[in-house]
Design a binder for this molecule. Sequence first.
Ligand code: GTP
Ligand code: MG
Length: 375
Amino acid sequence: MSSTASILLVGLGGAGCSMVARLASSLPPQVRAVLLDADLNALQNSAVAETLQLGRSLTRGMGTGGESALGLAAIESEEPALRRLFTGVPIVVLVTGLGGGLGSGAAPALATIATEAGSTVLAFATIPFSHEGERRKRLASDALEKLSAKAHGLVVVQNDLLSLQVSADASLAEAFAAADDWVAGALRALASIFEAGALVPVDPAALRSILAHPGSPTLFTSGKAQGPQAALLAARAATESALAHGPDVISKVASLFVSVTGGSALSASDAFEAVNIIRAKFGGETTTIVGARIKPELGDGVEVAVIGASAPAPKAPKMRKTAKAGDPNQALFGFATEESLRRGIFGSAPFTFVDGVDIDVPTYIRRSIRLSPPK
Ligand SMILES: Nc1nc2c(ncn2[C@@H]2O[C@H](COP(=O)(O)OP(=O)(O)OP(=O)(O)O)[C@@H](O)[C@H]2O)c(=O)[nH]1
Ligand SMILES: [Mg+2]
């Protein structure tokens, strides 16, 4: 790995590789790209120099044909090479399209290998379009559940939401291209946070402190604007982006990382004005880390990118079902926390905030309504 690269951008499977390949020519030196796929053809046709073929002896250079078990076996077969790839890498950004066999089967295992090698893993995963059918949706939702427990941060990108930006009669290829562009834009904004020459510098270690725990519910959004008050308008665009309002997106987070990039006219006070708008919308009460940099080529434009996370919800205490009195191995009863009691069966699930209210908490508890005993 080159001495300046602190982020490894990993494309996994057909869609993940295509999204990363779109960016390859415009990455700053701090970001290095690598493509992982079982499909040799897809790897050979890409402009990214660094590739690793998965499951050589299992799929013989082809895709998995939608078999997620094969996707998992393919990644396991390359475990030693992957461990070497991740060793010494502070941040791994994993990009994949869920719904096929490779991305869905391999992504959770890949996040585990990277985490065990000491990397902080931020995953971007697309969810199939509704018209791709039930099977792909199911594969994606199974994979999403596993991946969210393994990655430190997970940004879920609903293809259906992104497709609202293309016309109703657009082809599938056009819809994929819109999704690719969107994810590439988000990744470009993320990469630019770490470019040299900052007005307010940030260290990649700061991102590690925001995404400190596997399973953290994660928010990611970005916005752009031009002209007078561009910083303020870009911040507003970030708060209104479709990404910040999807069904799996949390709207208030404990920790925020805000990057503001603009042309030569951008001042530190413009940047902090933008940050205030972001904080008013998304929180960041525990920590807010701000990075700002000038990129003269942006002219009078400003781009704002936001990553936020909250610590994962505490898991409900487990009890052994068949312990006998006096059994020395009998599990001790844990004390439920107030939070786990409030959230009941949703205790370990990601928070779902709507207008600042955790909707997984039953309404009668949220509103403190006393229930009368059954007659
Ligand atoms: N954004 C984007 N999404 C795509 C593209 N191609 C496929 N997808 C999405 O990604 C999902 C997974 O497809 P692939 O990435 O081709 O599947 P894979 O992980 O390579 O798995 P197999 O090919 O089955 O081994 C699909 O269900 C689509 O929702 C693409 O070019 N761009
Ligand atoms: Mg494929």
